[in-house]
Write a protein that binds this ligand. Structure first.
Ligand code: SAH
Ligand code: SF4
Ligand code: F3S
Length: 491
């Protein structure tokens, strides 16, 4: 185990590891401190593994957005380093749920799964259960867990994911539930291991947190204040990933358009994109999410001129009613949004515009809803994610009167979905009989003779090919549109 630690970690981050005295006190520098604890945790895992007479396994179940998906890769990276092997279900020795709380149903799912885990744990004396992510940042959730879910061993939040190894050491030394939740942080810890889900593509955090406080949204409360990573750390991470086979990156932030504002030497998102574009070997750049209020002309220009930035922009609308948008604290109105969308379509004609829409925000009237439908029809989204408003305790909207009755919301939701899908289907078809470049992502799950690739605009294409194509860009003739995807042929 220790050899594994030394072998792999030293290869990756030799310059850091070499300076650590593993027999002394834990170092003060956070990155070094965590490598120190990875070694200690590895010793515990090895002892436990000897007792069990087999390798210990881990399973990370992820809920929520891309931000959480990237955190899950960081958790997996640390767990692999300390000697756990990946398992693919909850029969593992360390099960960790990385939770989401953006809507109530995301939250309820976790309690359901935890109930089930209690039975599983009784059968495996080596099993430990960890919980982390956005839900853990809500004090009432932790109270409930302390009271009614005593089989959980470790609870931490969104601000201290990097600390997993140290927390595991505490967990192995303790008989009690270990809880470590930070209210907020300005800390960004670099250079820790990650275990990527895909060899050829990766998410990259460019910023953390959110300062927008849209009135319905819990994210700013559970992810803390906005802070940007230093551009040189982002570039260095991408360069390393490219050297390791990555050709596509997804830059992640709750509001990437305000990137750089918190840096000592401020930098715009468009400037960052131009720096990333220069990285040799990198083929595609994606990003999410863009808040319409901060989307600059500079960004539109950079996207229009770029060879690597994908022709896809996710531009959450939330509502088409200026009155509701004001209540939501979105800082744009219907006209501004439409103007922006049209400007983007004009500057980048082949762009795919997608969005998020919330139905049933408190006080939403039929007239407000008609405004939303109107924007949907005018912008002609290539795709839209539609959500029923979910009341989140602690947000301003939760305290608003006139919450919309469920049946009214449901009816509007169905009407919106029909509209959105009709448009999306029509828009998907326009590429029929053209040749497009796709990045091959995987062997098709239903038919092993086919591979699945993604176009720059995010549409999927299935075509005949083998797994050797995964991670490569290919020209594909799109023969037939099947609703939201294509059947194609290599040219
Ligand atoms: N930062 C991103 C969104 C992150 S949350 C942005 O501002 O665009 C993803 C989506 O979840 C949001 O765009 C919104 O449509 C939806 N959402 C957030 N809070 C919600 C709530 N309380 N009820 C229903 N949907 C919600
Ligand atoms: Fe939530 Fe608004 Fe921040 Fe997006 S921008 S995460 S919707 S508060
Ligand atoms: Fe959910 Fe947290 Fe993302 S609440 S949507 S996992 S930021």
């Amino acid at each position: 185990m220790i050899d594994k630690m030394k072998g792999e970690v030293m290869l990756e981050n030799k310059e850091i590891i070499d300076t650590i005295d593993f027999n002394g006190e834990a170092p003060a520098d956070e990155t070094k401190r965590q490598y120190y604890y990875m070694k200690k945790a590895a010793e515990y895992v090895e002892q436990e593994s000897k007792k069990a007479g087999r390798k210990l396994t881990y399973f990370v179940q992820n809920f929520g957005c891309q931000m959480n998906a990237r955190d899950a890769e960081k958790l997996a990276g640390i767990l692999e380093k300390i000697g756990y092997e990946e398992a693919f279900d909850e029969m593992a020795d360390f099960v960790i749920y990385n939770t989401c709380t953006v809507r109530e149903n995301a939250n309820l799912k976790v309690y359901g799964r935890l109930g089930y885990l209690s039975g599983v744990k009784k059968k495996n004396p080596h099993m430990r259960i960890g919980l982390c992510g956005c839900m853990m940042q809500e004090p009432e959730v932790v109270e409930k867990l302390k009271k009614s879910y005593r089989h959980v061993d470790l609870i931490f939040g969104t601000h201290n994911v990097f600390k997993l190894a140290e927390l595991l050491v505490t967990m192995f030394q303790s008989e009690r539930m270990v809880i470590d939740i930070w209210k907020d942080t300005d800390k960004i810890v670099e250079d820790l291991p990650t275990e990527r889900k895909y060899q050829f593509k990766s998410g990259i955090n460019i910023m953390f947190g959110c300062n927008n406080f849209c009135s319905y949204c819990i994210v700013p409360y559970v992810r803390g204040r906005e802070r940007s990573r230093h551009p040189k750390d982002i570039i260095r991470e991408i360069e390393r990933l490219v050297a390791d086979g990555v050709v596509e990156v997804m830059l992640l932030g709750q509001n990437v358009n305000s990137y750089g504002k918190t840096l000592e030497e401020p930098m715009t998102f468009a400037q960052l994109l131009q720096e990333i574009e220069k990285i040799e070997g990198l083929k595609r750049i994606r990003f999410m999410t863009s808040h319409p209020k901060d989307l600059s002309d500079e960004l539109i220009k950079v996207m229009a001129n770029s060879k690597k930035i994908c022709k896809h922009l996710h531009l959450p609308l939330q509502s088409g009613s200026s009155r509701v948008l004001k209540e939501m604290n979105r800082v744009y109105d219907k006209e501004k949004y439409l103007e922006l969308a049209m400007k983007i379509r004009e500057a980048i004609p082949d762009i795919s515009l997608t969005t998020d829409i919330i139905i049933g925000f408190p006080g939403e009237t039929e007239e407000d809803f008609q405004d939303t439908l109107d924007v949907v029809r005018k912008v002609q989204y290539e795709n839209a994610f539609t959500f029923i408003y979910s009341k989140r305790t602690g947000t301003p909207a939760a305290a608003m009167e006139n919450q919309v009755p469920e049946d009214v919301t449901k009816d509007r939701f169905d009407r919106l979905l029909k509209e959105v899908q009709g448009i999306a289907r029509k828009k998907s078809m326009i590429f029929e009989d053209t040749v497009q470049e796709v990045l091959v992502e995987e062997v098709n799950e239903q038919d092993a003779e086919l591979v699945t690739g993604r176009m720059s605009n995010n549409l999927l294409v299935h075509f005949k090919g083998g797994k050797e194509l995964i991670g490569t860009l290919q020209k594909v003739h799109l023969k037939e549109c099947k609703g939201f995807y294509y059947i194609g042929e290599l040219v």
